[in-house]
Ligand binder design. Sequence first.
Ligand code: ASP
Length: 342
Amino acid sequence: MANRRKFLQTSLAGSLAILGAKTGFTSGDQKVVGKPIVISTWDAGLEANKGAWAVLSTGGRALDAVEAGVNITEASKNCCVGLGANPDRDGFVTLDACIMDEAFNCGSVAFLERIKHPVSVARRVMEKTPHVMLVGEGAQKFAIAEGFPLEDGKLSDDAKRAYDSWLKKSDYKPAINIENQKGHGPFAPAILENGEWNHDTIGMVAMDAKGNLSGSCTTSGMGFKMRGRLGDSPIIGAGLYVDNEVGAVTATGQGEDVIRICGAHMVVEFMRNGLTPEAACRKAVERVVKIKGAKVKDIQVAFLALNKKGQIGAFSVHQGFSYAVRSSKEEKLYASKSWFNK
Ligand code: ASP
């Protein structure tokens, strides 16, 4: 733990400096970016936004954009999203994802194994079943019936190495914001020199040229989680929520603490009551802080929001949460403000 705190003190300042250099400013909060627009979590969002932007910039629907965008991350080599990601403590990669459109239609899959694009299966759940959520074997069966190939289930080389190293100590200690440490972003090798492994997610929300909102969220969840553990990412209202009258919100970080407060839904409701996206995200973070007490120093939770006016905002418990924005005016990575560095 001491190591991790030291890491936080030293590397977060560094990663913000990097973000500052990339963006020229530290926060995009309260900016009205307008439409169409897509925003997504962490540095991986820059690549994912490209996929979404191909849809949005040609007049496409926000729902198609948020699926296409996160499909890129799901197919990429990274520690924390898609089949190349970190396994559970039994050595299996299990994936969680959800998607929501402008009309409260939503779909979700959880504990899904050997399927490359969980968010696309979630969309089929939304469009082709009377249900919102399918899990485990049933979700996999549904995916196969829908024509998704069953992949081989082998761990990627990086994941295998990380798992073997984890087995030696069998100790789960997620490190905060490792996504932004140089060389260890979502597209970098998954294992750290010190053998630690992080959890991460891509969450994306978008508004299309017609002004309709949609969102998606996909992850492998916590590395070395207990088998069967679900985080917030596949849970509508926790990892993602969209209300087309108000705004769209996604979450990342310690899923248990997002679930506890119905995080994404809470942020939407704060916006409904008049708060800007940043203020709404901040209020939800403050709720987490209040509930966790002293333990909050050990967790990261971050919210990312877009309102109907095209304003964006984010807030996190710890420094170091980045998010990517793409619109006709900009393609940028921003650093969120945080509770520990107000
Ligand atoms: N929220 C995800 C989960 O708890 C992981 C993350 O975003 O870091 O599964």
